[in-house]
Design a protein around this ligand. Structure first.
Ligand code: DAH
Length: 341
């Protein structure tokens, strides 16, 4: 038995030297120390078979082996835990000097920025937002708007026809017809959206954006339009901006006007933006033509209204100093993200 005790001690020592992981150490502990069937407790059981006189001495030897094994294994456990922790720290180390991944902040498209500002201003004046379809029929895009068959706006060069009856809307004005045939007057609406024309140069794109406005009530006059626009341009550009009406012609308004604002860049003195005139044209409008009101099934002796329409892209270009409309649509984010507000 003494030989066996010495053998076990040697085995434990040898195996302990080779152990490098906590798992392997636990296996060794199970093999020699833990439970009733492992080597040292099993030796203790065999003590009963030994000579009676020898038993106390052998018992002491086995207990000594047990204490010694517990101690060396614990010591090794502590060492391995330290080693494993150091290794984990090394593995999980974070290099705080490494440059972080950049999260790009998005921005709204300049046309959306302008549209949102206008929607907010018009909402404050009681206008509701109406969105109508982009594929229109002849009646809504032209006929109901008092645009006779031979009108140049119907020229196939300007209009993207789908077939004889349908086309991509060339302006947001057909929204007026949808409004008057579906909302009971009095009402005030703005109709923003995409419009399409076969036109393409530095200031024209085949797809662009307009915003239409329509107010229908009793006794509406051009003064109502001017008063409303005065408030609008002050909020949109700056408090000292003035409006100017020039007579014009549109089939769907009578009288019709073109509206200029005093140049917000030079204050009216004349500069590159206003081409030396001191004024910048921003929209067309007028008093809704009696025929249009009639075409929508309303009584023109009872109801009158004002209407106006303008290009959102043009306003965005003016506001942000963009000289080519294609900058808005080429998808170059470096260009677009400059124009946030
Ligand atoms: N629809 C016109 C255009 O695209 C703009 C316009 C002018 C709209 C006068 C109106 C208006 O509502 O009254 O050029």
């Amino acid at each position: 038995m003494e030989k066996k005790i010495a053998e076990l001690k040697k085995n434990i020592e040898d195996e302990l030297n080779d152990i490098k992981s906590g798992v392997a150490l636990y296996e060794l502990k199970t093999k020699y120390l833990l439970g009733k069937t492992s080597e040292i407790p099993a030796l203790m059981k065999e003590l009963g078979k030994a000579d009676k006189d020898e038993r106390p001495r052998l018992g002491q030897l086995i207990n000594g082996l047990k204490d010694w094994a517990s101690e060396v294994i614990s010591k090794r456990e502590a060492e391995i835990a330290k080693l494993e922790r150091a290794e984990r720290y090394k593995r999980e180390a974070i290099d705080i000097t490494m440059p972080s991944k950049k999260h790009e902040e998005g921005s709204l498209h300049p046309v959306t920025v302008v549209k949102n500002q206008l929607v907010e201003i018009f909402s404050g004046m009681g206008f509701k937002v109406l969105e109508t379809r982009e594929i229109e029929d002849d009646f809504h895009n032209f006929t109901a708007l008092n645009t006779p068959k031979e009108h140049p706006a119907r020229d196939k060069q300007d209009t993207f026809y789908i077939n004889d009856e349908f086309m991509l809307r060339t302006h947001t004005s057909p929204g007026q017809i949808h409004a008057m045939t579906s909302i009971k007057p009095p009402f005030k609406v703005i109709i923003p959206g995409r419009v399409y024309r076969a036109d393409d140069d530095a200031t024209h794109s085949p797809m662009f954006h307009q915003m239409e406005g329509l107010a229908i009530d009793k006794n509406i006059s051009l003064c109502d339009l001017q008063g409303m626009l005065d408030v609008l341009v002050k909020k949109m550009f700056s408090a000292d901006v003035k409006t100017r009406f020039r007579p014009s012609f549109f089939p769907f308004t009578e009288p019709s006007v073109e509206v200029d604002v005093s140049c917000f860049e030079c204050g009216g003195k004349g500069c590159k933006l206003c081409k030396g005139t001191g004024w910048i044209e921003i929209l067309g409008g007028g008093i809704v033509n009696r025929k249009v009101i009639e075409n929508c099934g309303l009584n023109p002796d009872e109801y009158t209204g004002f209407a106006f329409g303008f290009g959102l892209d043009r306003i965005a270009m003016l506001k942000f100093g963009i000289n080519n409309i294609h900058i808005l649509y080429d998808g170059d984010l470096n260009a677009l993200k400059q124009f946030k507000d």
